[in-house]
Design a protein around this ligand. Structure first.
Ligand SMILES: C[S@@+](CC[C@H](N)C(=O)[O-])C[C@H]1O[C@@H](n2cnc3c(N)ncnc32)[C@H](O)[C@@H]1O
Length: 215
C-alpha cells in the first residue's frame, strides 16, 4: 500500500485498532516482559496507534523520569493518542509524521526503540531502513523491541497466514496493509545481539516478538 493509502486507512480505522488486541495483546505483553522498561529513560515508538501501549507503560512500568516520544502518520491516531496520554503530558510527546522511515532524531538519543505491528505494513526496503535508523538513534546497549504479524508455524497457523497473505496480495486494505513476515530475516548479527525471539499464536494468528540489543 502507498503511504497515502495507509494514512487514509488508519485515519478511518481509529479506535477500532484496539479491537486487534484479541491477537496482539499476548505478543505485546511478551515484548513488555522482555524489554526492561522499568530501567528505560528515553523511549521512541514508531507508529503509536491509539496510544494504548504508551499509556499502559506509563501506568505500570515507566519510572518518573522516563521520557517518551512517538510518531504516527495518522491524524486520527494522533488525536486519540494525544487525548489518552494527557495525564502524562510532562513526559510524553506524540508527533504526526509524513510516513518517512528517515527519522529526524540525532544519533545515540534513545535507550528503547519500540514498534508494534507497524513494520509488517512497510516494504522490505523500508523495514531495512528502520533497522539502520534504530541502530543509529539508539544508545549502545539500547533495546530495539518489535512485534509484528508473522508467518504461521503449525498446521492451522500456516493456513491462516497463507490466507492472510493471499488476501493482502489481492486487496491489502482488507487486512490493514499488514502481511505476515519474518522480522528475524532482517537482523544482521554484526549489528545486533538477539536477546529474545518468540513466535506466539493467538486465535490461529501468529506474531513475532523480537528484542535486539545494540552492542
Ligand atoms: C496496525 S496499527 C498498530 C498501532 C499500534 N502500534 C498498536 O500496536 O496497536 C499501525 C499503526 O502504524 C501507523 N503507521 C503505518 N505506517 C506508518 C509509517 N510509515 N510511519 C508512521 N506510522 C505509520 C498507522 O497509522 C497505525 O497507527
Amino acid at each position: 500500500m502507498k503511504t497515502s493509502e495507509v494514512k487514509t486507512y488508519y485515519d478511518n480505522f481509529g479506535k477500532k485498532q484496539d479491537w486487534q488486541g484479541f491477537y496482539e495483546n499476548k505478543a505485546i505483553n511478551t515484548l513488555i516482559e522482555n524489554s526492561d522498561f522499568q530501567k528505560a529513560k528515553s523511549i521512541f515508538e514508531f507508529g503509536f496507534g491509539t496510544g494504548k501501549f504508551a499509556k499502559d507503560l506509563f501506568e505500570k512500568y515507566f519510572s518518573d523520569d522516563c521520557k517518551y516520544i512517538g510518531i504516527d502518520l495518522s491524524e486520527t491516531m494522533f488525536a486519540i493518542a494525544s487525548e489518552r496520554l494527557k495525564p502524562f503530558k510532562e513526559s510524553a510527546k506524540v508527533q504526526i509524521s509524513d510516513g518517512s522511515t528517515n527519522l529526524e532524531f540525532p544519533d545515540n538519543h534513545f535507550d528503547r526503540f519500540v514498534s508494534n505491528y507497524v513494520l509488517d505494513i512497510l516494504s522490505d526496503e523500508e523495514i531495512s531502513k528502520i533497522f539502520s535508523e534504530a541502530k543509529r538513534i539508539l544508545f549502545r546497549d539500547g533495546l530495539f523491541s518489535l512485534t509484528s504479524l508473522a508467518c504461521g508455524e503449525g498446521f492451522i497457523s500456516k493456513q491462516v497466514s497463507n490466507i492472510w497473505e493471499s488476501v493482502h496480495k489481492i486487496k491489502p486494505t482488507l487486512v490493514g496493509g499488514c502481511r505476515p513476515l519474518d522480522l528475524i530475516d532482517f537482523v544482521d548479527e554484526k549489528d545486533w545481539e538477539i536477546k529474545h525471539h518468540f513466535k506466539i499464536n493467538s486465535f490461529g494468528i501468529t506474531s513475532e516478538v523480537l528484542v535486539l540489543r545494540n552492542p
